[in-house]
Design a protein. Structure first.
Lengths: 480, 470
């Protein structure tokens, strides 16, 4: 494996050196090919996602294929615009000078995907890397093995193998890859591994983008209209259980509501769960399952902690052989329990009650900054406070998860939820170096900028630096 | 024990943790967020630059033998400009930026909101000890953060000047200076910061990034490299050599991360170039540059020895075509030109950071691009030519943090251009609005209004296209 990797890396670097990936034509051809892949192999893709995660077809399209199509079309429509140098204003003092920002590819980049959206999180960053003109190594997640081998098989059939390669495997492969030198490493995954990736990257001064996670809170204010309440709860329900069974970095991790509203809320959520997933969600197959035994056991342990088990108000049924956990609601589990400290990443919804909804702001702030924060409210004063007093990768009012579809918004974390960002043009920028270029000619030359120094020169420069054009001209003309 | 918990040599992990805790508390109290607080600090700093100009110039002279002019142009004026520009633009920078949304998330509105990261650590360098301390601090304050500044101990006069001056001008509950060397820096690096900006060498850059990794702290690393100057034969040699000389010896005597490190030119042209450079050097520094007051000295004897070593290898010393004088007592080395030293010699593999300028020759000027590209990406690359085609090839074909054509160094003074490296020369960038952006978190904020119909939009779209909903 090590020798094969070195050979591949040498080939990829040679391809980059040959400047093949620089042309808009090449990039366009690759993006078009990826688009064909996503569209022609839709059925296959849904099949492997179903194998790896029990992901219903609707989710696969909505969350992975549809998004990729959108992403690719955006890149194809904007490629030349993104690639074009940007003129920068130059102060008159510096005449005649022109300045611009020239985007250029970084070189050879490494993308680590995650298992919960194994197609999307591999291919979406890939779109950015290719659009920016890089050569790429893609490392799909080994925890979604069918998707991983599918990607490894298909990518060479659609893309230029001299420029894009896929390496499959687990931890050892990850470590081997990180021992090499890259021009950028893009990682989606857990905080623990993110920290390891950054430390490994530091050895080679490799810049990294870390898309991590966190406990994304949803603050549910009292909404006066029944219809608003209904819609809010539908959206929260979908954001918890309807997207990869809660195994999503921007899902609703826990809910904050006022004490007085909680019992009605629980009933409403139960009603929505039934509406979306039926009386027996396992039978209707309308939810993704837990990805593997390790995570199943992890979630089971969260529920079995004393104090937590007793706080279950709905659900709790677990079927290990089918990696299924029923949609579960908990009311005020102990704040010190693991379920309230760790990112849940599963179908368990703790509801924490507060006296006044404003108290939820302090609650959120007492914890690490999450990737996303949600608030369902019509109260503009509360909204303002949440915007200015909390910090999160993104903040969304009155819906959840869908914000990631807006590709004019950067998608990334802050603090423990990560750094760097992508989606839309942000992907292109992440995989580019924005080179500052200043151009002058030999036309004018002012001797006051050179030694030997004297006080006349100092004063002339002082005028120049104060943009004091009048005095500057007077001095230059010897009139001062 | 004073407020910083700091006595020289006793700033340990505990003191560092206390300091960060204090600043974090200050940040959480919300003080640094207001526009007024930020502009108050910046105005004070601008005032300090005017009121204490002489003190600053004196400290820089003590630390580096820096000529008054250089201190004024490169450190004070650039810092003043930074403050003034930031004060002028801050309001608009702080405004949320509206972005367009699309049919899939209709009806909704979205914007990008800039918010401070929290508590930022600025680790400065010794060669522009004032500027490289103040400029990042200005950026961090502008973005609404609390800041700890760690000036370089290798420029001790400037370090203690900053420690002494800042509390008199800025809000000490949120902006602090910690002096010291490796132990103090290590104690600081062990803490959790919301961002770290480090200016210095790539060896320590790696250490900073590795320490930051423990806390998932994003970093900006402003490092160095060997900045090449390609000199074509189609140039105005007088102007070219003046601009190269300013960038080399006029910038702290070559001890600048963006100083021209080495020249590449055509074999036939080299003699003319050398002659022109010699005469420019004489105009600038007289017949005896060792006596000129217009050259910074070498910062300390460590660096003097390091630079001397570059000259002393036998395949190198015989290539000296101008200069080469040294005075260890005074820590002076004269502007030195070398012709065609071996490409694998130390002087051609390490960043020189001193007044030695090797000239490498090639048969055809286009070969210079391959030479540059076979080396780590530098912080800056320069080209002198009248040939537009060559210029375009250079811009498209050479990767560097930034470039200037027919100029050296100047690109970093343009407020609209980011200053930062790529590859070995660093990551991230700052200056002007790029400082504000680098020290901010750009929060994606969206407000999705109630759907016009009962149910979620995605469901409707799926239904419309006939996709089975589970």
């Amino acid at each position: 494996m090590a020798a094969a990797l070195d050979e591949s890396l040498a080939e990829l670097r040679e391809t980059f050196r040959s400047r093949k990936t620089r042309s808009a034509q090449w990039r366009r051809s690759q993006l078009k090919a990826l688009l064909r892949f996503v569209q022609e192999d839709e059925e296959e893709i849904c099949r492997v996602l179903e194998e790896d995660l029990g992901k219903p077809g609707g989710e696969s399209f909505r969350d992975e294929l549809g998004v990729l199509t959108k992403s690719l079309n955006l890149a194809l429509d904007n490629l030349e615009r993104w690639m074009a140098p940007k003129s920068v204003r130059v102060p008159l003092m510096a005449f005649p000078t022109t300045a611009e920002l020239v985007p250029e590819p970084l070189g050879l980049v490494l993308i680590f995907s995650s298992w919960n959206f194994p197609m999307l999180l591999a291919l979406d960053p890939l779109v950015g890397a290719i659009a920016a003109g890089n050569t790429v190594v893609l490392k799909p997640s080994e925890h979604a093995p069918s998707t991983s081998s599918f990607i490894a098989k298909k990518i060479p059939m659609y893309l230029d193998s001299a420029a894009v390669k896929v390496f499959e495997g687990g931890e050892e492969v990850g470590e081997l890859l990180m021992s090499k030198k890259w021009d950028h490493v893009f990682f989606t995954g857990s905080q623990k591994v993110g920290s390891y990736i950054m430390a490994a990257a530091a050895k080679n001064l490799t810049p990294v983008t870390l898309e991590l996670g966190g406990k994304c809170p949803a603050i549910l204010d009292s909404l006066s209209s029944k219809r608003d309440r209904d819609i809010a709860v539908r959206r929260i329900t979908n954001a918890k259980w309807g997207v990869c069974g809660g195994q999503v970095c921007i899902g609703v991790d826990y809910l904050l509501v006022e004490e007085k509203s909680v019992s009605a809320l629980i009933e409403l959520i139960k009603e929505k769960i039934k509406g979306y997933y039926g009386d027996d969600p396992q039978r209707t197959g309308s939810m993704s399952r837990i990805v593997n035994k390790y995570h199943f056991n992890r979630l089971r342990r969260l529920l079995e902690e004393p104090g937590v088990a007793t706080s279950i108000v709905h659900g709790g049924f677990m079927d290990e052989s089918n990696l299924y956990i029923e949609p579960t609601i908990l009311l005020n589990p102990p704040l010190e329990s693991e379920i309230m400290k760790e990112e849940i990443f599963g179908p368990l919804l703790p509801i924490i009650t507060v006296k006044k909804i404003e108290d939820s702001i302090d609650f959120v702030n007492s914890r690490p900054k999450p990737l996303a924060a949600y608030a369902f409210t019509n109260d503009s004063a509360l909204k303002k406070r949440i915007v200015s007093e909390t910090s999160s990768g993104s903040l969304t009012f009155n819906d959840a998860i869908v914000q990631f579809l807006v590709d004019t918004l950067p998608f990334g974390g802050v603090g423990q939820s990560g750094f760097g960002r992508y989606h839309g043009k942000f992907s292109f920028d992440t995989f580019s170096h924005e080179k500052a270029v200043l151009r002058r000619n030999f036309l004018l030359e002012f001797s006051f900028g050179f030694p030997p120094w004297d006080s006349h020169k100092i004063e002339t420069l002082r005028s120049a630096y104060n943009y004091d054009y009048l005095n500057l001209v007077l001095r230059l003309l010897g009139l001062k | 024990m004073d407020g910083d918990g700091e006595r020289k040599g006793e700033f340990d992990g505990k003191a560092a943790a206390e300091l960060v805790g204090e600043l974090r508390q200050s940040f959480w109290n919300g003080k640094t967020r207001s526009y007024d607080w930020r502009t108050d600090q910046l105005r004070s700093l601008a005032r300090m630059l005017v009121e204490k100009e002489k003190d600053i110039i004196d400290a820089l002279h003590e630390d580096l033998g820096k000529p008054e002019m250089e201190s004024f142009i490169h450190e004070i004026s650039l810092a003043k400009d930074g403050c003034a520009r930031t004060l002028k633009e801050l309001k608009s920078w702080m405004k949320p930026q509206k972005v367009s949304t699309s049919i899939t998330t209709f009806p909704s509105s979205a914007e990008i909101v800039s918010e401070p990261l929290g508590v930022v650590l600025v680790i400065s360098a010794w060669n522009y000890p004032f500027l490289l301390s103040l400029e990042p601090v200005v950026g961090a304050i502008a973005a609404g953060n609390a800041v700890v500044l760690k000036p370089s101990e290798i420029a001790p006069a400037t370090s203690s000047l900053l420690k002494r001056l800042l509390p008199g001008y800025v809000d000490s509950s949120s902006i602090r200076v910690v002096e010291g060397g490796v132990p103090e820096t290590t104690a600081l690096l062990d803490q959790k910061w919301d961002k770290i900006i480090y200016t210095g060498n790539s060896k320590v850059g790696r250490i900073v990034m590795a320490a930051a990794a423990k806390h998932l702290t994003p970093v900006v690393l402003e490092l160095g490299g060997k900045c090449p100057v390609v000199v074509d034969s189609k140039v105005d040699l007088d102007v070219a050599t003046k601009r190269i000389a300013v960038g080399k010896w006029g910038c702290n005597n070559g001890q600048a991360c963006i100083s021209p490190d080495y020249i590449i030119t055509e074999r036939e042209f080299a003699p003319k170039l050398i002659e022109a450079m010699k005469s420019t050097l004489e105009i600038f520094y007289g017949k005896d540059p060792m006596a000129s007051k217009d050259l910074s000295r070498i910062v300390n004897s460590n660096h003097f020895k390091r630079i001397s070593k570059l000259l002393d290898s036998d395949k190198v010393s015989e290539k000296i075509v101008h200069g080469g004088q040294r005075d260890e007592q005074a820590l002076k080395i004269s502007p030195t030109l070398l012709l065609d030293v071996p490409q694998d010699s130390l002087i051609m593999t390490e960043e020189i950071f001193g007044p030695l300028l090797p000239i490498i020759t090639v048969d055809d000027i286009h070969q210079s691009f391959d030479i540059i590209n076979s080396r780590p990406k530098p912080l800056a690359a320069y080209l002198f030519t009248k040939d537009k085609k060559l210029e375009e090839k250079f811009v498209r074909g050479v990767s560097a943090g930034g470039m200037s054509i027919n100029e050296t160094v100047l690109h970093i003074t343009n407020p609209g251009l980011p200053f930062g490296g790529v590859g070995e020369s660093g990551m991230g960038a700052y200056h002007g609005k790029f400082s504000f952006d680098t020290f901010s978190h750009k929060k994606a904020k969206s407000r999705l209004l109630k759907a016009l119909v009962n149910g979620d939009i995605i469901g409707i779209i799926l239904a419309l296209i006939g996709w089975p909903r589970a």
